[in-house]
Write a protein that binds this ligand. Structure first.
Ligand code: HEC
Length: 85
């Protein structure tokens, strides 16, 4: 049991920042913007590939009907969204 726990911790710390950003995106953005930023019934316009600064602004200040989203890794998530193809 101890060994399994240790392995889980090692994995958690070894995860890259981009994997964290992907996880945050999946839990905080995906339901409105789709798995790959392609849009959904909630937010029709695709957001994939939008400039990082613009994504960051949308996260921190909101955009139109979107309310600001409180997340710790906003910059990393903005980078992640800007990199979606
Ligand atoms: C509750 C639904 C919802 C969630 C959750 C949400 N958004 Fe949005 N988002 C919207 C809607 C709706 C718009 C379109 C706003 C408009 O044009 O009125 C939008 C617009 C945007 C835009 C475009 C801004 C622009 O200036 O064109 C970006 C980028 C964006 N969202 C990123 C994100 C990111 C990143 C997250 C997660 C941290 C997120 N959104 C979470 C609903 C959501």
């Amino acid at each position: 049991m101890k060994r399994i726990l240790a392995a889980v911790f090692v994995l958690a710390f070894a995860t890259t920042a981009s994997a964290d950003a992907a996880a945050t995106y999946a839990s905080k953005c995906k339901m409105c913007h789709g798995a790959a930023g392609e849009g959904s019934a909630m937010a029709k316009a695709p957001i994939k590939g939008i400039a990082e600064a613009k994504v960051l602004k949308a996260i921190n200040e909101g955009a139109g009907k979107m309310k600001p989203v409180k997340i710790d890794d906003a910059a990393a998530v903005a980078k992640f969204v800007a990199g979606l193809k």
